[in-house]
Design a protein around this ligand. Structure first.
Ligand code: HEM
Length: 553
């Protein structure tokens, strides 16, 4: 054997031996939990594995022996949505996976989930969240411990009632433009409603986040006129490669045009942000109040803290420039993708179920009565509770995030379940919120049926009736505990504003294919919903198949 061949085989042998050693060590650690443990030779933290496992999953499922696929299934992005609760029912509601890369826990158990969410000091965000959400700078989502307290204190107050007001006004304006466009199409038929709601979410975010007012367009984010916003939008769409592949590799001359565009965007976000913040500070100079948008408030709150630096103790209280950059990026990813996902699913679901359209139209006609187009946020939004129940039921069954992840720096024992569960240090924990939200034990025998009225105490609530609070932990689309989503209210205001505007003006139904009955067309839409795929958030795979007929009311 030649020298190079020897080096090659020694390297392979060393790698195999160290992988086997790590697998055995991690398996032993996982066994201490007392839970079912699946051992898998596939290291889920390997970059190539991360990129290819999800697209290759359907083939691997067919080719690999069952026990090998089962040990890998957890690592396929969105497996929990496709699987429903079948896996947990078969193998246990909490299952450990041991691989050469570490130990992973998946749980669909209510008690454990509540405990995990409450103990923020013991269970923080995992290091992989930092890889995917923190590559422009540490932010509220990626930070833990004292840094998280600092981020939360500055960032969460920016998502306030002033922002809700802006979001409401812009959501109404954008959705009015979309309805007029749809009703103007021949026969009121469109195949671009999903792009349309993305465009609404994009423009609402641009307006409330950066003070950027744009008309609604069929294609979302078509040249916003703001280089920063366009770059962030590109990175949001290519989040996984953007996080893993260095931007200079993506920009190499032989790379495809889309990769070069992504690489340029990743490179440009930090200098564009620096530029934008500098201009914002010039505009804010000498003013005591911010300009009302999110970026302006973030800069102002952080700069105020900076002036107090040193007077509040040793620990830094303000956000550094890279942390502001990180938080602005996180707002764009968090604020745009989530709301557009829920709107896409809600509209498709409502087209399937005309009875729920009637239910909200009854409310909308009472609350938004009169000929005018202006509806005050403070007095209108709180009365549109059926529209809000549509959002709750949509995120219960089609949550933008099907799980919530955590990681524990040190070993911990969970005590809230029927037996103590030992969690080894650095376990990657996934709370299967989708399973919890569709589990008949938590939601009754019709848990998988779309029934928004379940969020009221009576089946036919009077208009403006308050929604009930589901039992603790059973509904965590916006998470729970100290790290609950600070954008919850904002997303609700936007959703309700859009849905109320659409159904005030029109009704929707699926467009039938030749020879199809309406019942069959609705079943076809239900199939599109079941076939959804998590990308960054849950996404309808082929949005062009959502062909709708809009009828003016
Ligand atoms: C339907 C819309 C939304 C849903 C379903 C949603 C869901 C969630 C969930 C599940 C978490 C917890 C993540 C975790 O702890 O791992 C979260 C956190 C967060 N969300 Fe949202 N979100 C939505 C909209 C928004 C919006 C509009 C914004 C801001 C513009 C936002 C900003 C955040 C932030 C900053 C966090 C981190 C909080 C922390 O760690 O302290 N979200 N969201």
């Amino acid at each position: 054997m030649g020298l190079y061949a020897t080096i090659f085989w020694v390297a392979i042998g060393t790698w195999l031996a160290s992988s086997a050693y790590c697998l055995v060590r991690n398996y032993r650690l996982a066994r201490k939990s007392g839970l079912t443990v699946l051992a898998s030779p596939f290291n889920h933290r390997n970059g190539l594995f991360m990129i290819f496992v999800t697209p290759l999953a359907p083939f691997l499922k067919r080719w690999l022996p069952r026990y090998l696929y089962e040990g890998m299934q957890f690592t396929v992005h969105g497996w929990e949505f496709a699987d429903n609760t079948e896996f947990h029912e078969r193998l246990g509601w909490s299952v450990m996976r041991a691989s050469p890369g570490g130990v992973t826990l998946w749980t669909g158990e209510l008690d454990l989930a509540v405990e995990l969410m409450a103990r923020t000091k013991d269970f923080g965000q995992g290091d992989l969240t930092g890889v995917f959400m923190g590559f422009f700078g540490e932010n509220l989502v990626t930070s833990n411990g004292e840094a998280w307290v600092r981020h939360r204190r500055i960032v969460a107050p920016t998502l306030n009632e002033r922002i809700s007001n802006l979001v409401w006004t812009e959501a109404l304006d954008q959705s009015r433009q979309m309805v007029e466009y749809a009703l103007d199409q021949p026969g009121g038929i469109t195949d671009n409603v999903i792009d349309g709601v993305c465009s609404i979410a994009f423009n609402v975010l641009g307006f409330m986040g950066y003070g950027l007012k744009k008309p609604w367009t069929v294609v979302p984010g078509q040249d916003s006129g703001m280089a920063y916003f366009d770059a962030v939008q590109t990175v949001t769409k290519g989040l996984v490669p953007a996080a893993i592949v260095p931007h200079w590799i993506m920009r190499l001359p032989f790379m495809p045009a889309a990769s070069k565009k992504l690489g340029r965007a990743v490179k440009n976000v930090p200098p564009f942000t620096a530029d934008m913040l500098e201009r914002e500070r010039v505009l804010l100079k000498g003013k005591t109040d911010s300009r009302g948008n999110l970026m302006s408030m973030l800069v102002q709150l952080s700069d105020q803290e900076k002036q107090l630096d040193g007077k509040q103790g040793e620990v830094r209280q303000y956000l550094s420039e890279s942390e502001i950059t990180g938080n602005l990026f996180m707002f764009t990813v968090g604020g745009y993708d989530t709301t557009s996902s829920v709107l896409s699913f809600a509209i498709t679901v409502l087209a399937c179920y005309p009875e729920w359209q009637d239910w909200i139209i009854e409310e909308i006609d009472q609350v938004l009565s009169g000929d005018g187009e202006e509806f005050d946020y403070a007095s209108t939004f709180p009365r549109l509770t059926r529209c809000l129940a549509i959002m709750y039921e949509t995120v219960r069954i089609y949550p933008p995030f099907a799980h919530i992840s955590r990681q524990n720096p040190a070993a911990v024992t969970l005590t809230s379940g029927p037996r103590p569960v030992y969690i080894p240090a650095k376990t990657e924990i996934f709370i299967n919120s989708y399973a919890i939200q569709t589990d008949p034990r938590n939601w009754g025998p019709d848990a998988r049926v779309y029934r928004p009225a379940r969020f009221f105490s009576s089946g036919r609530p009077p208009i403006g009736e308050k929604l009930i609070h589901p039992p603790k932990g059973t509904f965590m689309a916006w998470a729970a505990g100290p790290r609950v989503c600070p954008g919850q209210k904002m997303s609700q205001v936007e959703f309700v504003g859009v849905i109320a505007t659409l159904f005030r003006k029109c009704r929707l139904e699926p467009v039938r294919e030749p020879g199809e009955t309406m019942k069959q067309a609705r079943s076809r839409f239900e199939e599109l919903l079941r076939d959804a795929q998590p990308v960054v958030t849950l996404t309808i795979k082929d949005p062009k198949k959502v062909v709708l007929k809009w009828t003016r009311r």
